[in-house]
Write a protein that binds this ligand. Structure first.
Ligand code: FAD
Ligand code: 2HG
Ligand code: ZN
Length: 486
């Protein structure tokens, strides 16, 4: 149950009966049916340990046909279903609200085909992102997306949340890189659109509807995705800066001076590095000599190391000479590259170790990006709510500068209504006032569904509801989430 929220009406769907279990036993192998209370725990709790369901049944189909039979039965018998990938989602979308059946995709993890000429990879939805990336590395290719949760998240979960991540700046969103999908609709229909074509203007592009639909329209069982060639030369630099104005100046220059080799531009603030140092880096050497108000990780990827080295060195020297950055390091080998990335990728985990963390994943024009953090901090200071023995312990800002995407994390001792009311709806109103989106890349789930109106007009929400009604008329797919309650 989502913390402190009494708004849910009783589940209109049915509850499990022995006949239901008997049916699932007839279509799935015994090891694909989880009913043991201890084993159910991980499927009922989300990554943040904030949302907790009470599912009594997890099904792990091994093929598209098994998914189809499972969904058709659930639809015919009004049994609610929560599709689950790696359960790393950050908006409570991947766990049940009540006792919905969890359909875990973890048994569908085969690579179906790879075309070394085009780079088109076709695989099961349950493949782990990092496993796919490792496979492609052998072929000289790379997954077009990367995120800190790569070791657990599934490509089907990535597609269903339209995950952005650390490489979006270079390779664009999944709306562009996904070539086709295989989806099972709630009535069991298998929608076979596993195209590997780059161009196909025949009719409505139905796959787009499922990218980012968070399991509310069906279950993605197969993904066809275009992988780019892996760059032969990769450089990573970390710099310390005094102000967010300087972060912007460095970003602007990186587009001019690093241009085609720029592949990532990530920033974080002092509060973020402090948490990483406290919780993850204890005892390890700091890459920079002293603490700075801001940090930027810059990655270049290209085909000619000498050329990229020269460009990056010249760019960094320019930033130092013009006092835009105060300190910096360039990784000298693959291990150092990984260590610098580990700092950035470790921030979500470090934040969650700080206690209860309220997450706001907002996009807006870059010039106002950090103002959201400052305004939130000032608000909590004014309300006398931050500091030792107060409700909140810190306000942290980091994210994908190149995508205009801020991760505002507000750490508290514990989740409480009092704490929530101090930051919401304030942060959503702030975002709407600055023409931003209340969910840049994490989706809506159960955390943001009722805040959709800050970013979408009534007519758009109405049309979304009509799609939902058309495809899932019995509302069995991931109920209570994504669309507003009313
Ligand atoms: P889950 O968490 O299992 O599910 C997420 C949603 O998708 C749920 O609504 C679920 O019902 C649905 N779903 C899952 N699989 C399917 C399927 N096969 N068919 C239909 N619906 C399905 N996100 C970013 O965008 N960028 C980041 O940089 C980023 N970094 C992260 C770092 C960390 C440490 C963590 C914990 C999360 C991060 N995320 C990031 C959040 C992101 O949404 C997820 O990590 C990832 O995309 C979800 O994949 P998953 O397989 O874990 O899906
Ligand atoms: C990231 O960019 C993820 O690291 C997670 O999107 C952000 O936890 C967060 O707030
Ligand atoms: Zn992110």
């Amino acid at each position: 149950r989502h913390f402190g929220d009494a708004r849910f009406v009783l589940n209109p769907c049915s509850h499990l009966s022995p006949d239901d279990i008997a049916y699932f036993r007839s279509v799935l192998s015994p090891s694909s049916i989880v009913q043991d209370a201890d084993d159910l725990e991980t499927f009922n709790n989300d990554w943040l340990q904030k949302h907790r369901g009470q599912s009594k049944l997890v099904l792990k189909p091994s093929s598209t046909e098994e998914v189809s039979k499972t969904l058709k039965y659930c639809n015919d018998n009004m049994l609610a279903v929560v599709p689950q990938g790696g359960n790393t989602g950050l908006v409570g979308g991947s766990v049940p609200v009540f006792d919905e059946i969890v359909v875990s995709m973890s048994n569908m993890h085969s690579i179906r085909s790879f075309d070394p000429v085009s780079g088109a990879l076709v695989c099961d939805a349950g493949c782990i992102l990092e496993v796919l990336d490792k496979y492609l590395e052998q072929q000289g290719y790379i997954m077009p997306l990367d995120l800190g949760a790569k070791g657990s998240c599934h490509i089907g979960g990535n597609v269903s949340t339209n995950a952005g991540g650390l490489r979006l700046l270079r390779y664009g969103s999944l709306h562009g890189t996904v070539l086709g999908l295989e989806v099972v609709l709630p009535d069991g229909t298998i929608l076979d659109n596993l195209s590997t074509l780059r161009k196909d203007n025949t009719g409505y592009d139905l796959k787009q509807l499922f990218i980012g639909s968070e399991g509310t329209l069906g279950i993605v069982t197969g993904v066809s995705i275009l992988s780019p060639k892996r760059s032969r030369a990769v450089n990573v630099a970390l710099v310390g800066l005094n102000s967010f104005d300087n972060v912007q100046a460095a970003f602007k220059r990186s587009k001019d001076e690093l241009s085609e080799v720029l592949s990532a531009f990530e920033f974080w603030d002092k509060a973020a590095i402090q948490l990483v140092k406290d919780h993850l880096l204890a005892g390890a050497n700091d890459p920079l000599e002293s603490l700075h108000p801001f940090y930027v990780l810059i990655e270049t990827s290209g085909s000619n190391k000498d050329h990229d080295d020269a460009k990056l060195t010249q760019y960094l020297e320019g930033l130092m000479n013009d006092d835009i950055v105060q300190d910096g390091v360039i990784a000298q080998d693959t291990t150092q590259i990984q260590n610098l990335w580990a700092i950035r990728e470790g921030i979500p985990e470090a934040c969650s170790k700080a206690g209860a963390v309220y997450k706001y994943d907002i996009s807006m024009p870059v010039p106002v990006l950090y103002q959201a953090v400052e305004d939130m901090k000032n608000r909590l200071i004014q309300k006398n709510a931050i500091g030792e023995s107060k409700l909140f312990t810190s306000v942290i800002g980091y994210g994908h500068v190149g995508d205009g995407n801020l991760h505002l994390n507000v750490a508290a001792h514990e989740y409480s209504k009092e704490a929530t009311d101090l930051i919401e709806p304030y942060i959503f109103e702030w975002t709407a006032k600055h023409a931003g989106s209340v969910s840049a890349e994490h989706g809506l789930g159960i955390s943001k569904n009722n805040h959709l109106h800050y970013s979408k007009s009534p007519s758009m929400i109405q049309l979304m509801k009509r799609f939902k009604q058309l495809i899932d008329p019995n509302e069995i797919m991931n109920p209570y989430k994504y669309l507003p309650d009313q």
